[in-house]
Write a protein that binds this ligand. Sequence first.
Ligand SMILES: *[C@@H]1O[C@H](CO)[C@@H](O)[C@H](O)[C@H]1NC(C)=O
Ligand SMILES: *[C@@H]1O[C@H](CO)[C@@H](O)[C@H](O)[C@H]1NC(C)=O
Ligand SMILES: *[C@@H]1O[C@H](CO)[C@@H](O)[C@H](O)[C@H]1NC(C)=O
Ligand SMILES: *[C@@H]1O[C@H](CO)[C@@H](O)[C@H](O)[C@H]1NC(C)=O
Ligand SMILES: *[C@@H]1O[C@H](CO)[C@@H](O)[C@H](O)[C@H]1NC(C)=O
Ligand SMILES: *[C@@H]1O[C@H](CO)[C@@H](O)[C@H](O)[C@H]1NC(C)=O
Ligand SMILES: *[C@@H]1O[C@H](CO)[C@@H](O)[C@H](O)[C@H]1NC(C)=O
Length: 586
Amino acid sequence: MCKIQCLLAIFTLYIGLVNSWDIAITTGGQLEFYSNKTKTNSEGVRFRDLTALAYDAVHNMLLFVDKQNDNASIFSYHLATKKYQSLVRRKSYENIQGLAFDPVKGLLFWTDTNERSIYWMSLMPGSKNDIYGNLLIKMDDEIPRAIAVDSCRGYIYWTNINITKPTIERARFDGTGREIIIDKDIYMPVSIAVDQQTQKLYWADDREGIHYSIESADLDGRNIKTLYMGTYHQPNALAVSKDAIYWVDWGYKSVWKLPKESTKSLDPVELIGFSNEVPFGIVANYQIKDQTEGTNECEELIKLSQNKTLINDTFNIPRDVGLFCLHGVKVNGQLACNCSAGYTGQRCEISICHNYCFKGECEIASDGTPECRCNNGFKGERCEINICDGYCLNKGICSVDQEQGPLCKCSKEFEGPRCELLSTINSVKLERLPSSVTERCNCTPELNVSKSVPLSSENLRNNELPFVEINDCNYGWDSVRDPVIMILGIACALLCIACTVLVAKILKLKKRPRIKKRIIVNKNVTPLTARPDQCEITIENCCNMNICETPCFEPRSTIRPNLLDSKPGKEEKKTLINNMEYPEDY
Ligand SMILES: *[C@@H]1O[C@H](CO)[C@@H](O)[C@H](O)[C@H]1NC(C)=O
Ligand SMILES: *[C@@H]1O[C@H](CO)[C@@H](O)[C@H](O)[C@H]1NC(C)=O
Ligand SMILES: *[C@@H]1O[C@H](CO)[C@@H](O)[C@H](O)[C@H]1NC(C)=O
Ligand SMILES: *[C@@H]1O[C@H](CO)[C@@H](O)[C@H](O)[C@H]1NC(C)=O
Ligand SMILES: *[C@@H]1O[C@H](CO)[C@@H](O)[C@H](O)[C@H]1NC(C)=O
Ligand SMILES: *[C@@H]1O[C@H](CO)[C@@H](O)[C@H](O)[C@H]1NC(C)=O
Ligand SMILES: *[C@@H]1O[C@H](CO)[C@@H](O)[C@H](O)[C@H]1NC(C)=O
């Protein structure tokens, strides 16, 4: 049942691919198109590192930068025909951050933060362009980053991210009439967009620390309004559509959306999250009809959207043969780069300093190896060692002094440069010593903690007390205490011995079955054969013994009353027992 619906859905998606997008994003080597959170299409297999992005709604064309292309840096992509064109030849040292296109005059503008310049190029048929683009404005202190055009009034707007004096400025398309329109309450305006419908500027400000804000103002810079103030985003590009503001965030690697007519209570929603590549540029599919609805300053743009002038984006960009080497020179006639010192990679795009020093500045030494200049408090070849690590012992708190290096703030029990010494005796619980040592001894009550062996925090953690010597502090004979202890000890020992002897005797006595013996010796009335575990002797046996020469069956009354008690009687009994079959049993 789903099959037909799914197929239909896929088919519809496929048919409407090009026009069914809300936003387009550059990420990695791809141009990605999204419609309401869903990726509908992606393009650009031959690209490597796409950055800035602009959209021309008149000609339905995307313009974008590939930072790592061999031959060109700025390209166009016609969504209807799916045709790519290269527009501007790559310079060896460039960093294009912002891109904007004015369809009315067919002018392409871009900012180069390395050159601190704004360049332009005309796509009108028959126009003369420098192959690298034409310089429009060269700046000294300002660092241009984002750029936007107001096609209705003929202005370019750009942001300057010099932290010392950040500004938002504008100028005419020919570079004249340059003016600062915003220079207050901004920190690092990283992106800018112009909206004809609201006649406003929108920008994202990457504020100090974790903060960022989304702002708007009139086109002349008045009526600045903070639409949203947030934390943890690192905004980059920003785009405006009919009803929303979108921005790319490097902090969460995602794209966020905020309603355009936002009240401050509304939070942005995360529209798209990226896992591998970081998104860079973003444009919204904002049709000219929607943009210019109800405005009367955009006649030319409206006219143009109905009857498009042809633009010429087939430039003869000379093709570089082979690789473009970012930091190096091409090896003659080969697809290889000879990198300058400090760079590696197929096109020398990787600085050997990249991620080399953990906490410090990296410099490339004359032999081409990376060298770290460590930040205060760090050392090691790659500044990976915190000089405070394990420096202060015994829970001392380490801080770094600019000149002296690590400094320890010891807890009150310890002292010394690394808190390795015990400070006073009383403060440490030395359980091995009687607490009264100081009072009792006439010597200096100073404990000589062996200084050569520093206490390590590990010892203390294991509850091992430090070795403590007590110099000249011998215990004298105490005339009261010591004899008492001695006497008590001896008494105790004697008592113990006596006890042992007694117990042993008692045990021995218990073992002797005296009753049976008595029966045998004295009564001998009953034969004991019925009880095999006891005396086995029969009366005959008994009488066969020598001892029994005296009558065995002597009636009780005839027994001498003193037999048991008398010594001879005892003697007889003993002999009798010894001569029995199993004397050991008795
Ligand atoms: C976009 O998707 C959300 C839910 O995913 C849905 O509620 C909303 O109606 C969709 N909007 C459009 C314009 O399709
Ligand atoms: C487009 O521009 C190029 C280079 O400037 C030129 O050679 C070509 O003839 C132009 N094409 C049209 C249709 O004007
Ligand atoms: C920023 O601008 C100030 C003057 O406004 C200038 O002194 C400084 O060098 C600039 N910073 C950079 C990084 O160019
Ligand atoms: C479109 O513009 C061209 C010249 O720019 C003009 O010749 C043509 O008549 C216009 N077409 C329409 C339908 O307005
Ligand atoms: C650069 O130009 C060369 C030579 O024409 C071509 O083979 C190569 O594909 C081009 N590179 C790109 C990324 O377009
Ligand atoms: C690379 O450049 C260095 C000097 O910059 C040169 O000595 C070396 O021969 C070059 N290597 C190749 C393969 O061209
Ligand atoms: C403690 O030991 C040090 C050297 O280990 C010695 O110089 C000092 O005199 C000793 N102090 C006492 C009170 O014994």
